[in-house]
Design a protein. Structure first.
Length: 239
């Protein structure tokens, strides 16, 4: 049983291979004494920027591009994880499952020390990738925050300009209203001056107006009191 169980998870094509860091989408981890990198701008990130990349659902790429590599072995901790999930071990207690896996590994001559080393390597690779993703997220957030601040500054400038234009328009409207008010005051004074002058030609009480007095005064001379006075003068001249 253990031979069949082991063979189902052990094959010649499962040997791990060494890989060099070559993923263009994942930058290398900077050294501790490296010079600080300049703050990236939003233009450094494409419009379709994806923090996790296309291989978000696969950890193989994470292990492949880890900065530290374990020695090549034909049997790693992930194979043991697959064995633990095998239907052959379904229904077993945790202790029985553990003993079965250890017996299978012993029969295959697997190095338990390497398996533990492989587990540590993969945990470190996952943590390393998480730190890298966090760093990229911080850079992305800083770049976008700077862009937001720039947009807000531009918006404030445009708003200030628009408010100035609005205020200027209101002041122009108020100025024209004031001009009309002053003109109406002058018009009232002009009308009063004309009326006062025309009073010289109005007939006195019980006296006919002068022959040259107009019978139909111009419309500009018609106003309260003055028009009634002219009408009385015209009526007296017709008698």
């Amino acid at each position: 049983m253990f031979k069949r169980f082991f063979q189902s998870y052990h094959g010649e094509g499962d040997v791990q291979q060494e890989h060099s860091f070559g993923n263009e989408d994942i930058p290398p981890v900077p050294e501790a004494n490296a010079a600080p990198q300049p703050v990236k701008t939003a233009a450094a990130f494409p419009a379709n920027f994806d923090l996790l990349g296309a291989n978000r659902d696969s950890f193989d790429e994470v292990y492949e591009h880890a900065t530290v590599k374990p020695p090549s072995q034909s049997f790693g901790i992930l194979k043991v994880a697959e064995m633990a999930a095998s239907p052959y071990l379904a229904g077993m207690t945790a202790e029985s499952k553990r003993n079965s896996i250890l017996m299978a590994l012993e029969a295959a001559g697997a190095d338990v020390g390497y398996l533990l080393e492989d587990a540590v390597f993969r945990q470190r690779a996952l943590d390393e990738r998480e730190d890298l993703i966090q760093k990229r997220l911080s850079e992305f957030e800083a770049a976008k925050s700077n862009e937001i601040a720039a947009v807000q500054e531009e918006l404030a400038r445009i708003t200030a300009q628009s408010m100035t234009r609005i205020q200027n328009n209101r002041e122009e409207i108020a100025r024209e209203h004031e001009r009309l008010r002053l003109w109406q005051l002058r018009k009232q004074q002009e009308s009063q001056r004309i009326a006062d002058t025309a009073m010289f030609f109005a007939p006195k009480t019980g006296q006919s107006p002068a022959p040259s007095a107009p019978l139909n005064p111009p419309a500009t001379m018609v106003h309260d009191g003055f028009a009634a006075l002219l009408d009385r003068g015209a009526a007296a001249s017709r008698r």
